[in-house]
Design a binder for this molecule. Structure first.
Ligand SMILES: NC(=O)c1ccc[n+]([C@@H]2O[C@H](COP(=O)([O-])OP(=O)(O)OC[C@H]3O[C@@H](n4cnc5c(N)ncnc54)[C@H](O)[C@@H]3O)[C@@H](O)[C@H]2O)c1
Length: 377
């Protein structure tokens, strides 16, 4: 997919509006302040006092703030928008920005469900503006090193992630039906796609809540994905597992034909195999700073970035497939999850141009996974 490019440089940085002044919004504020590639023109939040406070705390008392992101972007001459609102606001904020002629870098998840995510992919096609999702952990240099090792292990049998933590959030997560799957597991699912350079085919999930859990919904989940080529990816996790906690990335094991690669999620991965052990260098950036750098570079060059909306949707589809399997008790095919979401998107779409674009897709999987996008995985 082609998108409109915007020339910029440290001498002429990209002008951006930040939308969402919550906890992650403040992390983005610090990242934007540190980057010579971008300059902040304003902060939008429905809670304008929060936006004002965020600007003041960053030493920017004269920075314009407002409740309406698109209006603020127009008033301040912004060229792009960074969407760090709650997941339910990702679709309305990003869609309005794209149709106002603003490319968007958005926090994960792409939208609150796959149907809304497909609508945003079609909106990017209709407007010709770039929409990239910041799936921050994909920029971890240790993950990139693990990926280099995986490429040398021959055929891969099994990849597993163990994620065991004991977290007392005390907010919305404590009330969600599937807090682990919906709020956290997408990071690991996205990393599995990236490691294997392969897409998911089926999902089987058991989601449950241990007797001592302080969460209302299921704090534990075990999911088995069959990936293209037959590799099984197994995710086993818990939010309420006191003792022996893993890193925030979880503990990874990749078992291949020629050996095994291990990663504790915090340190360099280790290869136990009779193959060349020199790991290729990872990217020279990480986390959301990496996502920002890649976004600005993509706008400059027109090169499709990793995390472009079409490529990112499948990570959210893995979450949705796991939840649907947990509910139905059956193995779910990713193609069925995608087709149901597509039908829903066609029913819900209020913009005729986006609806027409969605209706023209030959198949959702084909549309999401063009040859160029598989190269980005
Ligand atoms: N990459 C990561 O590791 C990571 C970590 C934490 C959160 N996140 C993601 O970041 C996003 C924000 O999370 P958070 O923890 O900062 O949430 P938060 O609730 O602290 O902040 C969200 C803010 O968005 C504002 N908002 C909601 N709707 C809006 C709208 N239509 N227009 C303008 N502002 C609006 C709210 O008023 C709130 O201040 C979520 O998508 C979350 O999943 C990512």
């Amino acid at each position: 997919m082609r998108f409109r490019t915007i020339p910029s440089s440290p001498a002429d940085p990209l002008r951006v509006v930040l939308v969402g002044a919550g906890s992650m919004g403040r992390a983005w504020l610090a990242t934007i302040a540190d980057s010579p590639e971008v300059t902040l023109t304003g902060i939008a939040d429905l809670n304008v006092a929060l936006a004002r406070d965020a600007a003041d705390s960053a030493g920017l008392p004269y920075l314009p703030v407002g409740a309406d992101a698109e209006a603020l972007a127009r008033q301040t001459g912004a060229q792009a928008l960074i969407n760090v609102t709650v997941p339910e606001a990702h679709h309305p904020v990003t869609s309005a920005a794209l149709f106002a002629g603003l490319p968007v870098l958005g926090e994960k998840p792409v939208a609150e469900n796959v149907s809304r995510a497909l609508s945003l992919a079609a909106a990017a096609e209709v407007t010709g503006e770039l929409f990239m999702v910041s799936q921050s952990r994909r920029w971890n240099p240790q993950l990139a090193a693990l990926r280099g090792m995986v490429a040398r292990l021959g055929a891969i049998g099994t990849v597993s992630t163990a994620f065991f933590r004991s977290e007392r959030f005390g907010g919305f997560r404590d009330l969600m039906a599937y807090p682990l799957l919906v709020d956290m597991a997408i990071h690991a699912f996205d990393s599995a796609r990236f490691l294997l350079r392969a897409e998911p085919v089926t999902a089987y999930c058991q989601s449950y809540n241990p007797p001592w859990s302080w969460f209302a919904g299921d704090a534990n989940a075990t999911v088995v994905f069959e990936m293209e080529g037959g590799t099984r990816y197994v995710y086993n996790g818990s939010w309420c597992s006191p003792g022996g906690i893993t890193s925030w990335n979880g503990t990874w094991r990749v078992s291949g034909e020629k050996g095994t690669a291990l990663w504790d999620g915090d340190h360099e991965p280790v290869l136990d195999a009779e193959v060349d052990v020199s790991a290729p260098a990872g990217p020279p950036y990480s986390g959301i700073a990496g996502a920002l750098q890649v976004f600005v570079r993509a706008l400059r060059t027109g090169e499709l970035p990793s995390g472009e909306v079409h490529e990112n949707v499948m990570s959210l589809a893995m979450v949705e497939a796991a939840v649907q399997s947990a509910t139905s008790g059956r193995l779910e095919r990713l193609d069925d999850v995608l087709e149901r979401a597509h039908a829903q998107a066609l029913r819900d779409e209020t913009r005729p141009d986006v609806r027409n674009a969605l209706a023209r897709w030959p198949s959702v999987r084909d549309r999401l996974a063009g040859a160029e996008r598989l190269g980005m995985l």
